[in-house]
Design a protein around this ligand. Structure first.
Ligand SMILES: [Fe+2]
Length: 438
């Protein structure tokens, strides 16, 4: 790497770290300190845990591992170890108070910007192309998304505001589908510098021809499933999903309630009528799967999703994003918490894939049919707890990112995973079906 190229990379890396910290500051300053230490849901940590955990991971990876420096607060490592303490138990820990957590995270960050300045960004895997710095920027943004989920679960008046997404839908017919031709394509990546271990390596996948929705399933379409008795008809449900909706009396997406003959939803402290043209949000994998079966369709596999998102039939190569290789801008996708919800289905025509599939990136995470499994040739890096311990049939893959995902943690290859019962995450879906044999 030439000296100017390295300077440019350091500049971009510092910008990514700073952007993450500005978002963390917003999410932890818009409510009283007493709300930072409260637990708003047993599914989530107190916000103040996330705040100090962000600083502690940065200390461990960038100050100690990359910088080779003496530990600053080794005594708190175990308190902020996500594997040692499940979320429900975190409020019982002697956590750093909000002011102390803020000061700790800020102190680490000051030191890290100096470490970045003084580190050659090549010669060892952890620092090549600033990988560990990029990993930590992504980690902080992922916790920011988690904290935004905590904000959504929190009761009380709105603490966050944002303008609605711009009206860019141009009348593309709802739920239209396109044919994605069968054959090989390149899945995953070996050359995206900040891609995480589970996205690697690039490899050839062959998928049969299939049809996929051009837009995510909308609230209007989902309400047709509800009105048709979808939640009361066992035929559409996998056994565990049927048990879950019976046990918890689930009859609509999370945060919905029926009042005066119409469905209302609560979003970040504001209750309003459900918008029919928006992608459905806050459904479990089981709900997505049941809807698809009711509609005579199915969820796309992870490979189908990625082929629809990245494969360019004209050149045969896989793009970084549906629209090409350029980083996302506000005309491509609804990302980065610029808005506090998804845009109407059919928005962001400039972010469409070569075959005309829209909103693959941003708006809502999309459940896929697939279990979270390693790609052929997978190697854990830089630690097994990043991905490897989560591989297996208990987690389903989500793709594409939501309105709450920052571009630094969003790519055509990016993989998210969660339990199929989860409903508080910003997840929706689109459907697919096999193509007729030629
Ligand atoms: Fe974490």
């Amino acid at each position: 790497m030439t000296a100017p190229a390295e300077q440019d990379l350091k500049q971009r890396t510092a910008v990514a770290l700073t952007r993450a910290r500005e978002r963390t500051a917003l999410l932890t300053s818009c409510v009283e300190d007493s709300e930072l230490t409260a637990q708003h849901s047993p599914l989530m940590s107190p916000l103040v845990w996330d705040l100090a955990h962000i600083g502690n991971q940065e200390e461990q990876w960038l100050w100690r591992a990359v910088g080779g420096r003496e530990a600053l607060r080794p005594e708190i490592d175990s308190m902020y170890d996500a594997f040692e303490h499940p979320r429900a138990s975190r409020p019982t820990l002697p956590l750093l108070a909000p002011a102390e957590a803020r000061a700790y995270a800020a102190d680490v960050r000051d030191r890290i910007l100096h470490v970045l300045d003084g580190t050659r960004l090549e010669g060892r895997p952890l620092v090549d192309a600033a990988f560990a710095f990029g990993m930590i920027a992504q980690h902080e943004q992922q916790h920011d998304e988690t904290m935004l989920i905590t904000h959504q679960l929190r009761k009380g008046p709105a603490a966050l505001t944002a303008p609605p997404p711009p009206a860019t839908a141009d009348g593309a017919p709802e739920q239209r589908e396109v044919l994605v031709p069968g054959g090989p394509f390149t899945m995953g990546t070996s050359d995206e510098p900040w891609a995480l271990d589970n996205e690697r390596p690039a490899h050839t996948r062959i998928v049969a021809s299939f049809h996929i929705d051009t837009v995510p399933v909308t609230n209007g379409a989902y309400q047709a499933f509800m009105a048709d008795g979808g939640y009361r008809d066992e035929r559409w449900w996998q056994a565990e999903g049927w048990d879950q909706i019976r046990q918890h009396a689930i009859e609509a997406p999370l945060f919905w309630r029926r009042e005066g003959g119409q469905w209302l939803r609560r979003r970040f402290g504001v209750t309003e009528p459900v918008a029919e043209d928006e992608p459905v949000l806050h459904v479990s994998w089981y709900e997505a799967d049941a809807y698809a079966r009711w509609a005579g369709r199915r969820l796309p596999t992870e490979a189908e999703w990625e082929k629809a998102a990245r494969h360019d039939p004209a050149t045969g190569r896989s793009r970084r994003y549906p629209w090409g290789d350029a980083d996302p801008t506000p005309v491509h996708a609804n990302l980065a918490q610029r808005h506090l919800g998804p845009a109407p289905a059919g928005s962001y025509p400039e972010g469409a894939s070569p075959l005309g599939v829209r909103q693959l990136i941003g708006d809502v995470w999309e459940w896929t049919a697939s279990d979270f499994l390693p790609y052929p040739g997978f190697t854990a890096f830089p630690y097994k707890e990043y991905s490897e311990v989560f591989f297996g049939p208990e987690h389903k893959v989500l793709r594409g990112g939501s309105f709450a995902v920052d571009p630094v943690a969003c790519r055509g290859t990016f993989r998210n995973w969660d339990l199929p019962v989860r409903r508080q995450i910003f997840a929706g879906f689109r459907t697919a079906r096999d193509a007729e044999p030629a």
